[in-house]
Design a protein around this ligand. Structure first.
Ligand code: NI
Length: 169
C-alpha cells in the first residue's frame, strides 16, 4: 500500500489539462492501486490523477456502494439528466472547505477500464456528483469554479437547507 501526496490548491498541476491514457500497462495498474489507497486513506469518495501530480485522464471513485472502486480511464460524460441536485461538495485538494454545487442528478460516462476496454457507466445521486467533480479535475477545473456559494465554517459543521449528502471528493 502506497499513499501518495495529495496536491493542494495553489499547485499548478491542479490547473492543467490532462493527456489521454495510451498505455494500459503495469505502471498504470500500480498507479490505480496507489490512487485507491490514497483516496481511502484520506476518507475521500474520489480522486483524479492530477491530485497526485500526474497529468493523465485517470479517475478513481468509491462512494461506498455496490460498485466498489470504480476506475475510469479517458472518461467522457455522454448524457446528463435535466434534473439537477444541489448539495455540498468538498475536495481532498481543498481541505477544510466546502461549497454548495449543483450537478446533474444522473449522468452516463463512457470510459476505458484498466486494460483499455471501453464501457459505459450510469451514475445517480452521489455517484453522479463524484463523476462530474472528478472529471472536472482532468481539465484543471475545481468545484470552487462552478459552486453556487462557499459554506461558512458553521455550515460545514452543521446542516444546510439543500443538504443532500456529505462528501469529500
Ligand atoms: Ni476534488
Amino acid at each position: 500500500m502506497a499513499i501518495r501526496k495529495i496536491m493542494k490548491l495553489g499547485e499548478d498541476v491542479l490547473r492543467k489539462p490532462c493527456k489521454k491514457v495510451e498505455k494500459f500497462d503495469l505502471r498504470l495498474h500500480l498507479l490505480l492501486k496507489d490512487m485507491a489507497d490514497t483516496m481511502h486513506d484520506a476518507d475521500g469518495v474520489g480522486l483524479a490523477a492530477p491530485q497526485v501530480g500526474i497529468l493523465r485522464r485517470i479517475v478513481v471513485i468509491d462512494v461506498g456502494d455496490e460498485h466498489g472502486v470504480i476506475e475510469l480511464m479517458n472518461p467522457e460524460i455522454t448524457e446528463r439528466s435535466e434534473e439537477i441536485q444541489t448539495g455540498r461538495e468538498g475536495c481532498l485538494s481543498l481541505p477544510g472547505r466546502q461549497g454548495v454545487v449543483s450537478r446533474p442528478m444522473r449522468v452516463t460516462v463512457h470510459a476505458q477500464d484498466r486494460h483499455g476496454k471501453p464501457f459505459d457507466l450510469e451514475g445517480e445521486g452521489l455517484l453522479a456528483r463524484a463523476i462530474c467533480h472528478e472529471l472536472d479535475h482532468l481539465d484543471g477545473r475545481l468545484y470552487i469554479d462552478v459552486m453556487d456559494r462557499e459554506l461558512t465554517e458553521e455550515e460545514i459543521e452543521g446542516h444546510i437547507p439543500e443538504d443532500g449528502e456529505e462528501d469529500e471528493e
